[in-house]
Design a protein around this ligand. Structure first.
Ligand SMILES: Cc1ncc(C[n+]2csc(CCOP(=O)(O)OP(=O)(O)O)c2C)c(N)n1
Length: 640
């Protein structure tokens, strides 16, 4: 099952292998991928698709010296196996185990920790220029592998434009499997489709040119036939022209599952003196029929068992409604009620579960591809024309659009609603994907209203509230089950928090879905004789200063709880407001994410590690009730 794979401790061990052995290794790697996804959710179809490309790259280049960057990095599993990490491969995405993305701390063969799409070509070009300046005597080949989904990212074209101008020896490999997570979209996708059907070689180009020049034009119907022929041949001639115009030599498309052919082409481009783009055609999910047939489901499938070669059985999980589903249903309801509401995704239709929105409202649903900056500026345009756009986006990916949120949206005060999914800790994807920063990077922008629902019902009401505003709004919610908090929720009013109950001995201020945990903590404290109330903050901006400052002024302790960075976050906003009002803030304690990147692991494990779970928050409250705070001394006595 892994006879050969077990012997690979580094890419050096691949060097002497015969073609048949490399094929066997490819099969063993696919088997290892199948074994992995039987136990946990992990990137699957993309990895199946690059097995041969990985082996061909590591047998053609020496990446202990040469440079290799996989764009995004979700497809590095075979690369991890080829670079000596097979023994730990089963731990991938587990807390303390291998990361599901490249990680320089794991291996010198991983140059950058990445997870966001579109940066590979730019970083590779930087490496190329840097290496030439720092060690001119040691030339190194630099390779970036970028998928066709990531390819339309603005940064890819910015880098190609730069590289073409510099004429550096940069090798870009376009891994074209016709898919992003969902089928790829846009004009470039159509262009790549045309290239796929027009295999193009430098030699052939000259031949076609000669042929074109010699085509005689005789008679009308003949002219029509020849005209069609000309068009077809011209399409062939234009193969890769876009890239050639940018200063890249274009080669391909080549079969990405034929190791020998790949090695041949890679060896060829290795010796090019100019930037070169090698167009490699692969199949997402290759080698495992169910994944090849449905690469969307098998991008990051839930754990499954194989029935036989062509069927799988997903291990059923408890059907818990997630915040993503609540958001999607709320979007659907709003779009049904108001023809001016539009939904925008940047290639995350599947992640945001927007397929029903796409299917029901094809004319008001826009998948812009992995182009988050464009998504937000595009939404601004829609808003200016009188539409009510919703940008449904992961918190971590909105970072790509910070400038558009500032300039195109907030500065113009346009009614764009941003729904920030995956805000907070996302779990096994880890530091590249945690939505840790949005509160800090949004709350300082004028005009922008920033909300965090306490539960599912808040989320629905907040979307309705947001769409009724004439100014921009952001709503952030986590990747978590949407457990409703039992209560009669107060209506959403601008800048109004919801007091769940007031506490003589202190207040817990929950920012967002920490609400349920805070209520449990308060109940536990109550059982110990400490009467702590709970506030559902709802608004991060504008803050409900009436209620929050009253709590700071009156209560022996105020504990703010948020699933976001402490620096610049909700708790900081409370402190700023209290300070501005001239209040003593020594009773305020902020709980949230510390000033470091948080590793990967299950969300609950990470929250526990960070003392943001029930017992951590309880411990903080008890400590605060007992130590250091002059106004808490009485509390301590009472607790005893
Ligand atoms: C900036 C950014 N936006 C969105 C994503 C989510 N995402 C991860 S992989 C992926 C599809 C990438 O498609 P492609 O580059 O073609 O790789 P493939 O999986 O098809 O091999 C997307 C949209 C991301 N990682 N980064």
């Amino acid at each position: 099952m892994d006879k050969l794979l077990r012997t690979i401790r580094s890419p050096q061990d691949l060097q002497g292998l015969q073609p048949r052995q490399l094929e066997q290794l490819a099969a063993e790697m696919r088997e290892a991928l199948c074994r992995l996804v039987a136990t946990r959710t992990a990137h699957f179809a993309s990895n199946l698709g690059v097995v041969e490309l990985t082996l061909a790259l590591h047998t053609t280049f020496d990446f202990s010296r040469d440079r290799l960057i996989w764009d995004t990095g979700h497809q590095v599993y075979p690369h991890k196996m080829a670079t000596g990490r097979y023994p730990e491969f089963h731990t991938i995405r587990e807390k303390g185990g291998l990361m599901g993305y490249p990680n320089p701390a794991e291996s010198p063969y991983d140059l950058f920790m990445t997870g966001h799409a579109g940066s590979s070509v730019a970083s590779a070009l930087g490496l190329k220029c840097g290496d030439e300046l720092v060690r001119p005597e040691q030339p190194r080949h630099v390779v970036a592998v970028v998928g066709d989904g990531a390819f339309p990212c603005g940064t890819v074209f910015e880098a190609m434009n730069h590289a073409g101008g510099l004429k550096k020896r940069l090798i870009v490999i376009l891994n074209d499997n016709k898919m992003s997570i969902c089928p790829r979209v846009g004009g470039l996708a159509d262009y790549l489709d045309r290239l796929r059907v027009t295999p193009f070689y430098s030699g052939l180009k000259t031949e076609i040119q000669k042929f074109l020049a010699s085509v005689p034009v005789i008679g009308e119907s003949m002219e029509r036939v020849l005209g069609q022929m000309r068009d077809a041949i011209k399409a062939g001639l234009l193969g890769g022209m876009l890239f050639e115009e940018l200063g890249f030599h274009y080669l391909g498309p080549v079969d990405g599952h034929n190791i020998r052919q790949l090695q041949k082409y890679l060896a060829m481009v290795r010796d090019f003196q100019h930037p070169v783009l090698l167009h490699v055609v692969t199949e997402k999910g290759h080698g495992f029929q169910p994944a090849a047939e449905d690469p969307v489901v098998f991008h990051t499938p839930a754990p499954f068992v194989r029935q036989n070669g062509s069927e799988v059985l997903f291990r059923k999980k408890e059907p818990v409604r997630s915040y993503t589903q609540v958001a999607r249903d709320a979007i659907l309801a709003e779009m049904r009620a108001n023809p001016r509401v539009a939904a925008i995704t940047a290639a995350m239709c599947q992640g945001n579960m927007l397929e029903p929105v796409r299917d029901e409202f094809p004319e008001r649903f826009f998948d812009v591809g992995i182009c988050e900056s464009h998504a937000v500026a595009f939404a601004a345009g829609l808003a200016k024309s009188g539409m009510r756009p919703i940008v449904d986006i992961y918190s971590t990916f909105l970072q790509r659009s910070y400038d558009q949120v500032f300039q195109e949206v907030a500065l113009q005060n346009l009614p764009v609603t941003m729904m920030l999914d995956r805000a907070g800790l996302v779990g096994p994807d880890g530091p590249t994907h945690h939505g840790a920063f949005d509160l800090a990077y949004l709350r300082h922008l004028p005009n922008l209203v920033v909300m965090a629902p306490g539960d599912a019902r808040d989320l629905e009401a907040m979307l309705a509230f947001a769409l009724a505003q004439d100014s921009p709004t952001a709503i952030r919610y986590p990747k978590a089950p949407a457990v409703p908090v039992e209560r009669e929720p107060a209506p959403i009013e601008l800048g109004r928090a919801e007091v769940m109950h007031w506490g003589r001995d202190g207040m817990l201020v929950a920012c967002g879905t920490m609400l349920a945990t805070c209520l449990s903590v308060a109940a536990q404290l109550g059982r110990r004789g400490i009467e702590v109330g709970v506030i559902n903050a709802r608004f991060v901006k504008p803050l409900d200063t009436d209620i929050l400052l009253r709590a700071v002024a009156e209560c022996p302790m105020v504990v703010t709880v948020e699933e976001g960075t402490l620096l610049g976050g909700f708790g900081s906003a409370v402190l700023e407001a209290a300070n501005e009002a001239g209040l003593d803030t020594r009773s305020v304690r902020r709980l949230g994410l510390p000033d470091r990147f948080i590793e990967h692991g299950e969300r609950n494990e990470l929250l526990a590690d960070l003392a943001l779970d029930e017992s951590g928050i309880l411990a903080a409250c008890l400590e605060l009730a007992g130590h250091g705070q002059p106004r808490s001394v009485a509390l301590l006595k009472r607790a005893k």
